[in-house]
Design a protein around this ligand. Structure first.
Ligand code: NAD
Ligand code: ZN
Length: 251
């Protein structure tokens, strides 16, 4: 792994436009369970029953009671970890331009990253299903489930459910960022949720290097990634940043 850390630091130092794509894996060390794999939410819940737009439309109270309430409570308490902080440090040193995140937990912004594309929206805000008014989580009264807007409409997370379109703006900005970068860091995503998993493909097609950080191989590993640094997001980011600091005194 040491060799790969050195290689990543060298590649980052040489790159002019770095973009990161992150997934649920980067937030595991902050106590937020991923969807898939060990300890994942899908071990306990059927996605089609709780995370599909049809389920939300059919019975919003049921979805609120289980998935949304569970996720919201965890997300409200979570703090950014070294993975989020490392990416924020790279941005602060002008080494990272944009983060495309599939996460809905707001932890990149909490760590100080300023250019974050929330590909799947956010759980930090709720939106009225009737009038579209948005509320920050802390403004939402959860004593009644599902919570309601001032207009009486039901509130839903301002996030993308299965079966829904990606917000246009997020989709186009991400595609552009992926095509423009010369190095993409792919951190903590199983790369099976589409179309988010296409971002590294766009990057690769435009000639960028693709560097994966994940404890496991993914569908990208063989075909798309230049190399995989096998490890947890926080630890690997810390080591890369340390190496960069040794390399150039100004990072
Ligand atoms: P995923 O749940 O499908 O996969 C998680 C990935 O993280 C796996 O590849 C796993 O090997 C890796 N991983 C495990 N531990 C890690 C660690 N310590 N550091 C780095 N990586 C680690 O996640 P996904 O690909 O993002 O797809 C799931 C979808 O679910 C996303 O689209 C997202 O919107 C949503 N989701 C978001 C959150 C969140 O906001 N934190 C949580 C659960 C699900
Ligand atoms: Zn309303």
């Amino acid at each position: 792994m040491n060799e790969l850390i050195k290689r990543a630091a060298k590649d980052l130092a040489a790159a002019g436009n770095v973009v990161a794509l992150t997934g649920a894996g980067i937030s595991i060390e902050s106590g937020i369970p991923p969807f898939r794999g060990k300890g994942g939410l899908w071990e306990r819940f059927d996605p089609m029953e709780y995370a599909h737009i049809d389920a939300l439309m059919r019975d919003p109270a049921k979805v609120w009671k289980v998935l949304v309430k569970e996720m919201k409570e965890i997300v409200d308490q979570a703090e950014p970890n070294d993975g989020h902080k490392g990416l924020a440090k790279l941005e602060a040193r002008d080494k990272l331009k944009t983060i495309i995140t599939q996460n809905v937990d707001g932890l990149h912004q909490a760590a100080g990253s300023t250019d974050v594309i929330e590909y799947h929206g956010t759980f930090a805000w709720q939106r009225c299903m009737d009038c579209g008014k948005k509320y920050e989580n802390r403004e939402v009264d959860l004593s009644e489930i599902p919570p309601r807007c001032n207009c009486g409409g039901i509130l839903r997370p301002d996030a993308v459910f299965f079966g829904e379109m990606i917000p246009q703006d997020a989709m186009w900005r991400s595609r552009q960022a992926a095509s423009d970068c010369d190095l993409m860091l792919v951190v903590g995503t199983s790369a099976v949720v589409q179309p988010a998993a296409l971002m590294p493909v766009y990057a690769k097609e435009s000639g960028a290097k693709v560097v994966e950080i994940n404890p496991e191989k993914t569908p990208l590993t063989r075909e798309i990634s230049d190399y995989l640094i096998m490890g947890a997001g926080g630890d690997v980011m810390n080591r890369i940043i340390l190496e960069l600091e040794l390399k150039t005194d100004n990072i």
